[in-house]
Design a protein around this ligand. Sequence first.
Ligand SMILES: O=P(O)(O)O[C@H]1O[C@H](CO)[C@@H](O)[C@H]1O
Ligand SMILES: O=c1cc[nH]c(=O)[nH]1
Length: 288
Amino acid sequence: MKISESDLIINPDGSIYHLNILPEDVADTIITVGDPDRVSGVSKYFDRIELKKGKREFITHTGYVGKKRVTVLSTGIGTDNIDIVFNELDALVNIDFETREIKKDLTSLNIIRIGTSGAVQPDIPMGTILASGYGLGMDALMNYYIHELSGDERSLMDDIKAHFGHLKHINPYLTAADEMLLNTIGKNLPTGITITAPGFYAPQGRIVRAKNAVPDFIGLINSFNSGQHRITNLEMETAGIYALAKVLDHKALSINAILASRVNFEFSNEPNKIVEQAIKLVLERISA
Ligand SMILES: O=P(O)(O)O[C@H]1O[C@H](CO)[C@@H](O)[C@H]1O
Ligand SMILES: O=c1cc[nH]c(=O)[nH]1
């Protein structure tokens, strides 16, 4: 079935609407980062850069790490942007732009986020590089998609609903990391449940001047447990990435550079150093 011109917008040069890139510009291994400036922080380690393109906050560099072709792409902040990036990446590989039809042979991308995050457990200090075992969304993105839970996700979700059920403004969603990526790129890293919040301040329990509606949100978050599972950190994209990757049949893993300890009220004075360590770790493991 032909996808309409208003559902899938292709620019006059054949590129996809927001990302402004062509199907051939995308590698099968993709690193996403929030900060557009972090794209060159990743591609500076490429052995060869093939292309640099961009529009708005969506900057793309594609090149080679050893023999592996890799795309690094910035998403900007938030799961509203993840909606755009994931639908457009999927269209670039799985829709024929000439016929506007879904291809017969679908491509499953390997997508690794390198992001920054704040820890909510006292034993996860600033400087930790953490792999998200699960993404728990507190934002509204997945209210708009059909998203099914595996058995494992369902039992964890039951405990999450019991713990957070009194917060009537949220409809949380949960997705596990891709197991293969977790066991390779995320090997031996600390893991846990990452909460994806729809904001940086009150939605992450920060108190500045406005009054927060949820008292002691950090305490509520870090007191959750379900078997060996606990919530380790907060950021703003991972749950959307995991959920849309699953819906669209891609593989995803989120690697978090922990810049803040929310329980110790600390924020790193060397954030770039921690991010750099996360970038190097991911690139070494991608090219191994
Ligand atoms: O450093 P990035 O990847 O942007 O990730 C984190 O930093 C931003 C907030 O400062 C949010 O996007 C959050 O998820
Ligand atoms: O605490 C933090 C740190 C980085 N990014 C976030 O979203 N939260």
